[in-house]
Design a protein around this ligand. Structure first.
Ligand code: SF4
Length: 483
């Protein structure tokens, strides 16, 4: 019998009950909440006359609807001008207060994007099953939802524990081997992976990312990669535990301490796939072949390297691809064979749960340092992923670098990733965005999103159009991933 994959181990450790219909009940260790998806679940609990189970397994923070300007944030919830957004944030506050759930409120220094806050606090630990009512929740080392029913988790299952229902997925391993080139980051890696396997490539699979290039990434980089597993169709994104993981977790507020820490580390060391584990599918990329990526279309798989060009839809043999590429070019206002470097930008967004951690801001600041945002750019904004990231960036002087270059330095939140607050694209505007989705209207009605790394977004801000960050005058920008 062959060994187990990391996903198999996590599944088996959390399996409560296997059902005859192929679904299973899975024990859930942690739930992260935010304001958008939780009100309905709390209401469901009320209607069913049930209470949340294991209160200390929950952690909440508002992120989607919070304003990001310093002036509005100074007013707390009163600074939220949109009435629906205000109701959602206030409702989260009320529910957390009523049920005794810990919440980092709008002006708590620990507030931030829920997917950033979880690992940052050590609330997300190796081997945990973590649920969150939001799609990108697939950070390294943990399994997520596994087909969760949100309210089911929040309450208490009949057999007494918080569980989630779903069917076991197949195992896919995506290996990235070799050494990443200068200026090539975790974001470029994951965009290249999605470009190769497609947005449905991971459907039905749990993806484990492996190989020497993945192992060389920092925890921030690994979170960027796993965060976008959902964009490849996978419901789970994993990376094996190693020293980088354990070093990152030391002294995080929610992490185990004293003897429990030693015991936890010993346990976490087993969270790797066995050498003889069998994967249902293995995909391999060579790191040296990956260049800085830019999405040109309306799906993360519509992506190419910075030296590339917009494809000709009619060069595709498949009629469905021809139609989707034609539609994408129409929406994006681009034409076949247009050079990526010829795409002009209107706005720049550096933020989101994919790319708003301290390493991301350092990479962007290295490019911005000593430069100025092009006059043609209407707005260039940097939105830290959490209050703690913001504080760290300010301690390092990154805020000053951005402000001097002409960027707006904002308060933490989802911001223009989803445009649920005032940060939006106008119709027809092109944005170099470090977020994870480029669907039609994602950043505002009619807005045109191009997914890139933080360094590439900063370089585009300076140039006013896409530019290969590797060709900038020799400065630290071309050594971004060494930060
Ligand atoms: S930053 Fe974007 S993808 Fe991430 S949680 Fe917020 S809206 Fe969702």
């Amino acid at each position: 019998m062959s060994g187990q994959t990391l996903y198999d181990k996590l599944w088996n450790q959390h399996l409560v009950k296997q059902r005859d219909d192929g679904t299973a009940l899975i024990y859930i260790d942690r739930q992260l909440l935010h304001e958008v998806t939780s009100p309905q679940a709390f209401e469901g609990l009320r209607l069913a006359n049930r209470k949340p189970w294991r209160l200390d397994a929950n952690l909440a923070t508002p992120d989607h609807n919070v304003p990001t300007t310093i002036k509005e944030r100074a007013e707390g919830n009163s600074g939220i001008k949109d009435p629906v957004s205000l109701i959602q944030v206030q409702t989260l506050d009320d529910n957390c207060l009523e049920y005794g759930i810990e919440e980092f409120k709008i002006n708590d220094p620990r507030q931030g994007i829920v997917h950033v806050v979880g690992p940052e606090q050590g609330a997300t630990l190796p081997g945990m099953t973590v649920v969150c009512g939001d799609s990108p929740h697939r950070d390294p080392r943990r399994i997520r939802r596994l087909g969760s029913r949100y309210r089911h988790v929040r309450g208490r299952a009949r057999d007494g524990d918080p569980v989630s229902a779903g069917a076991k997925m197949k195992n896919m391993q995506v290996r990235v081997e070799g050494e990443l080139g200068l200026g090539v980051t975790a974001k470029d890696v994951v965009l290249a992976i999605i470009g190769k396997i497609g947005t449905a490539g991971g459907t039905g699979y749990a993806i484990e990312f492996a190989g020497s290039a993945i192992a060389s990434l920092s925890m921030e980089g690994r979170m960027t990669v796993c965060n976008m597993a959902i964009e490849a169709g996978a419901r789970v994104g994993l990376i094996a535990v190693d020293d980088t993981t354990i070093d990152y977790l030391g002294k995080r507020p929610f992490a185990p301490t004293a003897e429990q820490w030693e015991a936890a580390v010993a346990d976490w060391r087993n969270l790797v796939s066995d050498d003889d584990a069998q994967f249902d599918k293995v995909v391999t990329l060579q790191a040296e072949e990956i260049e800085p990526q830019v999405s040109w279309g309306t799906s993360p798989e519509m992506v190419t390297g910075i030296s590339g060009q917009v494809p000709d839809p009619f060069a595709a043999l498949d009629e469905t691809v021809q139609r989707s590429h034609t539609r994408a070019l129409e929406y994006m206002g681009l034409h076949a064979n247009q050079k990526i470097t010829d795409i002009k930008l209107d706005k720049i967004f550096i933020g989101s749960c994919t790319n708003s951690r301290i390493e991301d801001l350092r990479e962007a600041a290295k490019v911005a340092k000593g430069n100025k945002v092009a006059d043609s750019i209407k707005l260039a904004m940097v939105v830290p992923g959490s209050g703690l990231v913001k504080r760290q960036a300010e301690a390092e002087g990154l805020d000053k670098i951005f402000i001097e270059a002409g960027f707006e330095w904002r308060e933490p939140g989802c911001s223009m990733c989803l445009a649920m607050n005032a940060d939006k694209l106008g119709a027809g505007e092109h944005c170099a965005s470090t977020s994870n989705r480029n669907f039609e209207g994602r950043q505002g009605y009619g807005g045109r999103t191009h997914l890139v790394s933080p360094a590439m977004a900063a370089a585009a801000a300076i140039a006013g159009h896409f530019v290969d960050v590797r060709t900038l005058p020799a400065n630290d920008a071309t050594h971004a991933q060494e930060a």
